[in-house]
Design a protein around this ligand. Structure first.
Ligand code: HEC
Length: 133
């Protein structure tokens, strides 16, 4: 490979890795749209992210209970107190790069927080918010 192709190839790799999270989120959002969702809104996602719902014992449950209000910073698990790395894509490039991981945690965390599954629209809105932070 001559030096020009090396530079081009490196630029291509960089572009691909920088957008891994966008690819995963777009793929999931596409699936949610086949399940009835329309266009996604970061504002709606942010509202859900900060929504407080009373749990069984009257305790307040919200996404920020574990991930924190400032998602460019570490969070802390509400029960185990373990540190959770930042959720903002800009602060943590490992986020939203594994489709299975994202789906799994959305199911689990919607149930924990809201006591039910999120709808395809809600999941897409939440991801739209998280990916643009
Ligand atoms: C009880 C604590 C807790 C609450 C509340 C919580 N999460 Fe999480 N979440 C976690 C843990 C633990 C992980 C996995 C560890 C990690 O990825 O750092 C995680 C991971 C995730 C991931 C995977 C991201 C990735 O690709 O790395 C998403 C998406 C997510 N949470 C969304 C949410 C949303 C949306 C809510 C609110 C509906 C929420 N979480 C509420 C604990 C929580």
């Amino acid at each position: 490979m001559n030096s020009r192709s090396v530079i081009l190839f490196s630029a291509l790799l960089l572009a691909l890795s920088a957008h891994a999270e966008t690819t995963v989120v777009k793929s999931l959002q596409g699936q949610y749209q086949t399940q009835g969702a329309t266009t996604f809104s970061a504002t709606a996602g942010e509202k859900l992210w900060n929504l407080e719902v009373a749990g069984k014992k009257g305790e307040m449950r919200t996404c920020t209970a574990c991930h924190g209000k400032d998602i460019t910073q570490n969070g802390q698990h509400a029960s185990t107190k373990k540190v959770i790395k930042p959720m903002a894509a800009s602060a943590n490039p490992k986020r939203y790069t594994d489709e299975k991981k994202v789906s799994k945690w959305l199911v689990r965390n919607c149930k924990w927080t809201f006591g039910r599954d999120c709808t395809p629209q809600e999941k897409g809105d939440l991801l739209e918010y998280l990916i643009t932070q």
